[in-house]
Design a protein around this ligand. Sequence first.
Ligand SMILES: Cc1cc2nc3c(=O)[nH]c(=O)nc-3n(C[C@H](O)[C@H](O)[C@H](O)COP(=O)(O)OP(=O)(O)OC[C@H]3O[C@@H](n4cnc5c(N)ncnc54)[C@H](O)[C@@H]3O)c2cc1C
Length: 545
Amino acid sequence: MGKKIQNYDVVVIGGGITGAGVARDCAMRGLRVVLLEAFDITHGATGRNHGLMHSGARYVMSDPENAKECIRENRILRRIARHCVEETDGLFVSLPDDDLDYQRRFIKACLKAGISAEELAPDEALAIESSVNPKLIGAVRVPDAAIDPFRLTIANVLDAQMHGATVLTNHRVTGILVESGTVAGVEAESKDGKFTFLAPVVVNAAGAWCQQIASLAGVTINMFPARGALLIFGHRVNHMVINRCRKPSNGDILVPDDIVCVLGTTSNRVPIEEIDNTCVTAQEVDLLLQEGVKLVPSLERTRILRAYAGVRPLVALGEDDSGRNISRGIVLFDHKERDGLDGFITITGGKIMTYRLMAQKATDLVCRKLGVTAVCATATRPLPGSEPVAEPDDDEEVENTMSFAHRAALGRHGTRVEMISEDKPEQRALVCECEHVSHGEVNYAIKELKADSMEKLRRRTRLGMGTCQGKMCACRAASLFSQADGDVERHVSDLKMFLNERWKGIRPIAWGSALSEAQLSAMTYQSLCGIDRINYSSPTDSDKQ
Ligand SMILES: Cc1cc2nc3c(=O)[nH]c(=O)nc-3n(C[C@H](O)[C@H](O)[C@H](O)COP(=O)(O)OP(=O)(O)OC[C@H]3O[C@@H](n4cnc5c(N)ncnc54)[C@H](O)[C@@H]3O)c2cc1C
């Protein structure tokens, strides 16, 4: 038994978008819920993907049911998660090597699935999206959009907490308690020791790690972890999401993301023992660039900011685990029916796009097990930050009175921007120039969003994610953390770790201007700040992403 024992109705394992969605739905239905995450919210695939809010068009040829789910959820997220979505629309572009007959069948399949698909002549497509290859032979406009997975997940976590949920980061589940064929709770560890969380229902929402969590309960799930690499470019070259109109392949989607854009992706099965390895190889970078430049030629001349990879939590359904029956749809296991173990549920597969529906299905099952009749309200209740606001009399006047940083924060936090104080001049001072993060916003993230490390601050505000990759802002943010709690030693170690993490993503693309920038960054911190000469010990509870 662990050191401290706490009682809940349901334990949710995993702080990705799936676990956050389940925690929100359970809490909204009145259940006492605790969410346990080994590192930080969005540490897994949720913080390592494309950020494409699918219309469903990408799946319409291979999996029309999945496509229909996407378009339904696409419409819901535009309503409930307004501040996480940029309504860009998407273009499916055919190049001279592609088949216009595929495009015709694609349009037909989209319309059948309820996805609007407008055929555009090449010059019409170029007029609305000038970055696409001018040699295109056809294009189709669909209701794709860009979604910020960090914002979306944090908003779900916030809402769960506002409905009474307990959310614990840096808490790794190490055991599942089973008594007489029924799950009774979990054991977890954090830097403060060992804990026992008792609950009649445990939800395994651990993404690619679902297999390990299931094995703690003595049941077998064969995950099919599919790794994908992506590249971030230093500025945004496209207004719309750009897809290649062909059978999905490598490097055929470019998604605008705030002030940058993201090219991806690859897809390779990796052994389960390697799912923590998110280093990108030179071959992956070459492959992405080779394909991406065909779609958007200016990428060849655009600085790459960094490379990263994530692991898709797909499940090998069927007996042989050959991967032939892989589903990209939602996988919900009631382990009582599947394995004779009551009180244990696994929810995985799917994608960010369908997270809310995944959470609804999992929570419906939790409620059935607990005899709770409350119904799901997540499709209609806006997330914190996306509540409707009264239209101001004069939009322009309101916008003009806002500082630059406040406008950027409005995009990131929606209506909660009101909680960011701008009263004093120092609160308006910029900490991160690339992303316009003010001192006031950093304070808000520390106090309200539980950002107690540089990585947590980055995920909640985008600090360090812009063009300078932390060169100018990281030491300022570390100083603010130190001022907030006086623990200089911890924050210097945290700063070193943050810079090392930034370097991991720069290393695979370190040539030309990216290498010059990296050298300038190293000189700033090593020579000017003398960070290597400060001999504080490294923290033990590392936040490794
Ligand atoms: C390259 C790539 C591109 C993608 N692009 C898109 C896209 O454009 N649009 C889209 O809709 N979807 C996309 N996806 C899919 C999407 O990212 C995933 O389906 C989704 O993020 C999975 O979320 P999750 O919460 O289930 O898993 P994860 O986000 O992986 O979360 C699982 C969490 O469980 C935690 N955990 C693991 N073990 C333990 C433990 N013992 N104790 C406590 N916590 C634990 C992990 O730390 C992790 O945070 C993409 C995926 C990849 C890899």
